[in-house]
Design a protein around this ligand. Sequence first.
Ligand SMILES: Cc1cc2nc3c(=O)[nH]c(=O)nc-3n(C[C@H](O)[C@H](O)[C@H](O)COP(=O)(O)OP(=O)(O)OC[C@H]3O[C@@H](n4cnc5c(N)ncnc54)[C@H](O)[C@@H]3O)c2cc1C
Length: 542
Amino acid sequence: MSEHSSTETGTDVLVVGAGGTGLALAAGLARRGVRVRVVEKAPALSPVPKALGVQARTLEVLEDLGVVPRMVAEGLPMTAMHIRSERRPVADVDLSLIDSGYPYLLMLPQSAVERILADRLAEDGVAVEHGVELTGFTDTGAHVAAVLRHADGRTETVRAGWLAGADGAHSTVRHLLGIPFEGTALEENFATADIGLDWPLGFGDGFAFLDRGRPAAFFPLPEGRYRMVIAYPPGADPGGEVTRAEMQAQLDRLGVPGARVTDFGWSARFRVNQRLSARHSAGRVFLTGDAAHIHSPVGAQGMNTGIQDAVNLAWKLAAHITGGAPRDLLDTYHQERGAVARRLVAGTTRFTRLTLLHGTVTTMVRRAVAPRVLGRGPVQQRLTRAISQLDVAYPDSALNAGAAPSGGPAPGERAPYTGLFGPAAGPGCTLLVFTGYRGAADPEVRAGVGELTALAQARPGVAVEVAAPEGDDGLPGVRHDASLEAHRRFGLTAGGYALVRPDGYIAVVGALGDTAALRGHLDRWFPRAASAPTAGPRRQAG
Ligand SMILES: Cc1cc2nc3c(=O)[nH]c(=O)nc-3n(C[C@H](O)[C@H](O)[C@H](O)COP(=O)(O)OP(=O)(O)OC[C@H]3O[C@@H](n4cnc5c(N)ncnc54)[C@H](O)[C@@H]3O)c2cc1C
């Protein structure tokens, strides 16, 4: 085909980039019946393992796609991270405390996550278009005219309703929008390698050695090897390819007797940038994943944050395109995820600085203070909530309505894990109704439950689940909460409801009989009486 040959085509959403972010976004759209195309300039999915840790919150929000059982089967759950400072133990982080159906950090290379998401996308009939590069676009206000260059030199103009840049840190979409990517690069250089290890400390846990500005960390890989990551102080990096001898030399200085590199796989050198795009959206164009934020890999947050950006945007775009939700629902993507990215970049910067401390006094303080602070139960709980991203919340979202019940989560917070209800995320919203300790035998409770159920059933995209003490068998969709544990977790032991968004966050909370906030929310955001009209059915609890 000649270089000048061009065609014109159309789609609802054009996703640029088939990394974890773009694939999760496209899969979330296709699952809801949105016409989507995914273009990727590379000739095939990347075999590079890069990111390794999949956080509990990412697994929760991916439940609706049905990919989690395969991810868990292929991955390795890591339940503990041991931290040493200058050869002395300073903390053991117990990841089994993560309050989720996934009480661990799942070690699964990014390449495997991408393969699983691409397979899921293919189930909905969408194939990633490899060897296709976005080179330009114009946002006309009514649609986006995007120019694609195919591997054979052909150009194509796509008329897309919306354009999503999931095209990584060097995002073409962000450059074309002229949105600055502000931040800094750390002076330290990092090296990483996937290695076989004779490792006397036992396989399965993670280890971090904070050694006067030369930290080294080890993470178990599903195939029995370890990912080793080291940091060099400015100017100390040997440069060139990472070698087995280099990793062995770094291993030797850690003082783990008998530790030996036995084989050597993928490796890379990298520098850490901490950057944020000034906006996550402009007109009909969105930025997601690394295109919008990059930061230190300490804490394994990058791929996870990108996937969670994608899940947030997918249901909103689908609700607007196929469900008649107002356009300003899409503004909440920037509002919510921009705030998350700002907190994330600030948090990972602080955390990384802490691991890179090298002064005698500061490392002594770290060694003295860290064991006392990090050993405390509540601190471990907070730490594991932060690492696993269970603490991500949207307290200032325009979508929030109602007030936090005493002892329960506020609108904008994650719906707590109870093990009682179906998946944490769904194709549309879910109304969780709690009868309270009085149970549905109480006429007032029964009337309240009936009113809520009718309200939800009038909106085809809203699923209803009812939690009740034993004996309330006549209620539709009832789940028995014998000990009222689920009620307690939502702060609704006296009865009430929580409207849970498709991405597992609470939008509205209220008491039985007080449905004004719920009605207001549904009328405002889902006026066409549906939050996900074309989505497939909600998955059953696993
Ligand atoms: C060594 C290392 C370790 C890491 N470890 C972790 C970890 O443990 N946990 C974690 O969560 N994160 C980790 N990260 C970060 C993680 O890899 C990234 O955050 C993640 O890859 C971002 O995904 P993405 O889909 O947004 O972007 P990318 O993975 O960069 O994908 C962008 C895609 O867009 C394509 N593209 C670019 N421009 C165009 C164009 N114009 N047209 C078409 N296609 C285009 C690219 O080819 C690419 O495939 C690590 C990173 C590194 C470097």
